[in-house]
Design a protein around this ligand. Structure first.
Ligand code: Q46
Ligand code: ZN
Ligand code: ZN
Length: 329
């Protein structure tokens, strides 16, 4: 049996990128060190800052919330009910239970109750991809709640795998503007709140292991609307490279942060000179409603569209296997 590099006890996880195995206690220590390095290197927040964590019920966001509390920070959660069938029902229940069991404060926004639409309906009505309608809605609501409730910073659970996949995509397209904005910190300014990604030094696998060791129950299934997403393709490609040459993924992304830092810091905030005439949110111009308000308007009064209807063939197959086909088509 393999042994922990730090204490020689039985190991519970092997981490090829560190070329070592760890017992549960030393694995948790390693994660805590990586979290604290990300927070201090990028000056994400201080001990007395009020942090709002965007939680989805998945491993990354719940692990992040747990890690921040464990490290002594003041962190509340925000869960958005996206209306993605049973996936949303289950992720909401898991998130609520996580918060209740630990006595943590969880804020909730149900998109259908508060804004009159859900993600499948938004995708079906507008012809946008579900993830684009979803990303737009989440960004708007997270920013709005964080500012309205007086939080100093919004933290999201993007991990090293997520950021490396985004970096890979941006590099393949040489999308310089996106590359410049890919810092793990976006400073507050121009009506937007500060946003941070404290898990950028930790991988998806490490976050799953953190949840197992800490006894955190999370939604294991991916969102049914993610199937066919380019992001997943980039993740798979990087995983293939990493399996033959461990550490490639981490050095690709962490090397980018290191070498490109002057460029990233220089352009860390988003420019939004206007504000939406309807909701007041920061926007590129004050002449027309922001993209979120336009989405609310377009979907208003529209009959609800079931999840299955807006999935492509491949996604529908997986969805049926995971959730059954009772949603009708
Ligand atoms: S929840 Fe939303 Fe993700 Fe589902 S619809 Fe796409 S963006 S995949 S993180
Ligand atoms: Zn050990
Ligand atoms: Zn608006």
């Amino acid at each position: 049996m393999s042994k922990c590099r730090s204490c020689g006890e039985a190991a519970v996880i092997d981490l090829p990128r560190h070329n070592a195995n760890f017992c549960s206690e030393h694995f948790l220590q390693l994660c805590r060190r990586q979290l604290s390095k990300a927070i201090s290197d990028f000056e994400m927040f201080m001990t007395d800052d009020r942090i709002l964590v965007a939680v989805s019920g998945g491993k990354d966001s719940l692990a992040l919330w747990d890690m921040l509390i464990d490290a002594g920070f003041q962190a509340d959660g925000l869960y958005i009910g996206l209306g993605i069938g049973d996936y949303s029902t289950e992720s909401g229940a898991i998130t609520r239970r996580f918060a209740q069991e630990r006595g943590l404060k969880l804020l909730e926004v149900d998109i259908r109750n508060e804004h009159g639409f859900d993600i499948p309906t938004a995708a079906g009505v507008t012809g946008r991809s579900p993830c684009s309608a979803c990303g737009l809605s989440k960004r708007h609501i997270f920013d709005d709640v964080a500012q309205r409730e007086g939080y100093d910073v919004l933290a999201t659970g993007h991990n090293l795998d997520d950021e490396a996949a985004v970096l890979f995509g941006n590099t393949l397209r040489w999308d310089v503007e996106y590359l410049r904005r890919q810092a793990p910190v976006l400073q507050a300014g121009n009506g937007f709140g500060k946003k941070v990604k404290p898990l950028v030094r930790l991988t998806e696998r490490e976050m799953a292991a953190w949840c197992v060791v800490r006894g955190i129950d999370y939604v294991v299934e991916e969102c049914p609307m993610a199937v066919g997403n380019k992001h997943l393709l980039y993740k798979d490609a990087l995983n293939v490279l990493d399996s033959t040459s461990p550490g490639t993924k981490a050095s690709f992304y962490l090397g980018f942060l290191d070498r490109m830092r002057p460029l990233l810091e220089h352009s860390a905030s988003i420019t939004a000179p206007g504000s939406c005439p309807r909701c007041g949110a920061a926007a590129a111009t004050s002449d027309e409603a922001c993209a979120f308000c336009r989405l609310v308007e377009t979907t208003s009064g529209h009959e609800q569209i079931p999840v299955r209807m807006v999935l492509n063939k491949k996604a529908r197959k997986l969805f049926d296997a995971q959730w059954g086909s009772q949603h009708g088509d």
